[in-house]
Write a protein that binds this ligand. Structure first.
Ligand SMILES: [Zn+2]
Length: 427
């Protein structure tokens, strides 16, 4: 009873939950430690026979709280290795948390900071674990997901991917982008930063996504198939990322898609990678990035003269929208810049448009009912990477970041449940 004389339901329900967990933990402990009869010897890894040594206790944190299990422990007289086969059976080999708790740790650790995950677990599940344990288990599970992906990627490298069955795909999209995340100092040693002469504070995550499209709306605009987007990414070289994205595209039905498109901003690595891994697929430069180039150039050309800037910009944007890139390049070439520096930026922009001209035939793409913006991957950079890995005060190691990225891509691609079942089956 509170001072006010009112019943404090929250205090009671929390206490009741704690009590029922304690009771459940006791039952679980009995259940797992019940003498089920055990063999006196078992096959050792060395090929000979290990002998029963003693019953040994092991502490395990379960969803009902900590328990102690007694299990037979074997020692091999030949190679002196010790083992407890029961640990493998229970899926607690080498870890102090039950599979149920580990799944929770992976989920909260992938969603927000490890400290926040610790708080959530305490409030929502009544489990007390240090933030470090959230980190360790979430990263271990992410690393396991990443290792499994590497197996597929190596098969892609050897052109050994198995045919993936499934429904026909009308239109398959591949989008990719890069986004920086803050890393610990040791991860940037010897790397140049964005500002010349300054060390880098970030490393680039390359993120790719694959999605499908079957229909267009009444206005002829493309509609992305619901729940069709899957993500994959890592801090790695463009070459490694190319194979990763290829393996992902393959998994999503690259070989049976009637039409395929690669969408990205104008970055050179993206098109090199597209040429190499997705040859023949039309390439589209994100229209908004291309517009951005014109906006920025116009601001440099007419600083402080808003009217002149708009007057110059409008027809340029129009040419871009209509895919008249050669005319646009002519407009740029006709400019008479006041400084050498300005001339250089105009020259660079002209080259950007010239180089990407065939990737900017927007009316043609629109007529085919295709997307012309890479909004899906840009949103992905925020939801998959930014919200979890770019929080202030966070500094990542490449190893830790890649594990959490693998875990997040897996969850946001709706694959985590399948992974968890496969993992248990494999064990
Ligand atoms: Zn042995």
């Amino acid at each position: 009873m509170r001072k006010s004389g009112q019943f404090d339901l929250e205090a009671v329900e929390m206490a009741a939950r704690a009590a029922s967990h304690q009771l459940g933990a006791k039952v679980l402990e009995r259940l797992l430690s019940a003498p089920a009869g055990y063999a006196s010897t078992l096959a050792c890894e060395c090929g000979r026979q290990a002998r029963f040594h003693q019953m040994r206790a092991k502490q395990v944190l379960t969803v009902l709280g900590p328990i102690t299990i007694e299990r037979p422990y074997y020692v091999c007289p030949h190679c002196h290795r010790g083992c407890s086969p029961r640990d493998r059976e229970l899926d607690v080999q080498g870890v102090a948390c039950s599979p149920g708790v580990r799944r929770m740790l992976a989920v909260v650790g992938s969603e927000s900071s490890f400290e926040h995950g610790r708080e959530q677990l305490e409030l929502l599940a009544g489990l007390a674990v240090p933030a470090k344990a959230v980190e360790r288990h979430a990263e271990a599970i992410g690393a396991d997901i990443a290792a499994r992906e590497q197996t597929e990627i190596q098969r892609a490298k050897q052109l050994d991917l198995s045919q993936v069955g499934g429904p026909a795909v009308r239109q398959l999209y591949i989008e990719m982008d890069g986004t920086g995340i803050p890393v610990v100092l040791a991860e940037t040693t010897g790397r140049a930063g964005k500002v010349a002469g300054q060390p880098a504070h970030t490393r680039e995550v390359k993120l790719g996504c694959v999605f499908t499209q079957t229909t267009t709306d009444a206005a002829g605009r493309p509609v992305r198939d619901q729940d069709s987007t899957s993500y994959t990414g890592a801090i790695e070289s463009a070459e490694e990322f190319g194979l990763r994205l290829y393996a992902e595209a393959w998994r999503r039905g690259w070989s049976r898609a009637a039409n395929k498109v690669v969408l990205g901003d104008g970055a050179v690595w993206i098109w090199n990678l597209a040429d190499r891994h997705f040859p023949g697929a039309p390439q589209i430069v994100d229209l908004f990035h291309a517009r951005q180039h014109l906006w920025e150039l116009s601001a440099t050309l007419f600083p402080g003269d808003e009217k002149a800037r708009k007057r110059w910009l409008a027809p340029c944007l129009d040419r871009l929208d209509k895919g008249k890139i050669e005319a646009l390049v002519k407009t740029l070439a006709a400019l008479r810049p006041a400084s050498e520096e300005l001339a250089q930026s105009i020259h660079n922009e002209a080259q950007y448009f010239e180089r990407n001209a065939v990737r900017m035939r927007y009316p043609v793409f629109r007529a085919q009912g295709l997307f012309v913006g890479s909004g899906v991957i840009e949103a992905g950079c925020k939801t998959v990477i930014g919200t979890r890995l770019k929080c202030s005060g966070m500094f990542w190691t490449v190893r830790g970041a890649n594990a959490i990225i693998a875990l997040r891509c897996c969850r946001l691609s709706r694959r985590f449940e399948d992974y968890w079942v496969d993992r248990t089956a494999a064990a």
